[in-house]
Design a protein around this ligand. Sequence first.
Ligand code: SAM
Length: 270
Amino acid sequence: MTHEPQNVVATQNSAHGEGHDYVKGSPHLRHTVLRTMIADQLAALVSETIARKGSCHVLEVGAGHGTFSDFLLAAGARVTVTEASEASAKTLTEKYADRDDVEVFFDTTGGDVFEREDRFDGVVCASLLHHIPDYVTFVGDLSGLLDEDGWFYSVQDPTYYPRRSRRTQLLGRGTYFLWRLGQGNYKRGLSTRVRRAKGEWSETEASDLVEYHVVRDGVDELALVTELEKHFTDVELFTYWSTQGPLFQKMFAGLNPPTDFGLIGRHRTA
Ligand SMILES: C[S@@+](CC[C@H](N)C(=O)[O-])C[C@H]1O[C@@H](n2cnc3c(N)ncnc32)[C@H](O)[C@@H]1O
């Protein structure tokens, strides 16, 4: 079963190739306030499971270089991580070579994980769903990998643009644009902007394939809530302010415009 066309998987592989810096464009890795929020939520989910059944086996899909795998391990979980990027899978394999509570799994199709027999207590997707073309089906299928009473956690996906208020859209796009001005590579940035302003996207353009959310108006958080409600008795949607630049992250923290969201599904039904 594959949830990503081969050209999308191939682009994940090249866009997150050797030497890729995950932190640079990732607010949830850069900003302590977001990293801590995620670490605390994961620690609570792992602790609840350990308190209930004595152990906790978590699947983390698209783990990058393992920032959140480390938090899961610190909380006491055993972790299986998947990566569609060969370079990132290699980095993870080397990083955890000495640990027998981590398994690294290079997922070549973006859907290999669904062919496995394993069942988990928790599934984690950090900054992942906006890369997946059919993210609703993907989340439904991930829920099927959980044991009864298991949990699903995702975080750091952009809220659905058509439902955003003008203020949220303006702050989200405006602060991104100002941050982007400081990043160079203007020619490519400008041609991407022009293409997107015309509502065009390309099957061959790496930035369009990797950043599905931009060409599809963010990620529909309410569609995901509806999907999760089929599998969990308790579904929580939380929204928060997230932007690349540290100054803007601080500056608009008080307003807390809901640019990004996370989801927690608790108590997987049988
Ligand atoms: C934005 S990065 C986030 C990395 C990490 N979760 C973090 O928050 O630091 C998204 C990662 O997901 C990986 N990816 C995309 N689709 C995937 C899939 N279907 N299965 C496994 N990994 C995937 C990409 O290779 C990339 O490393």
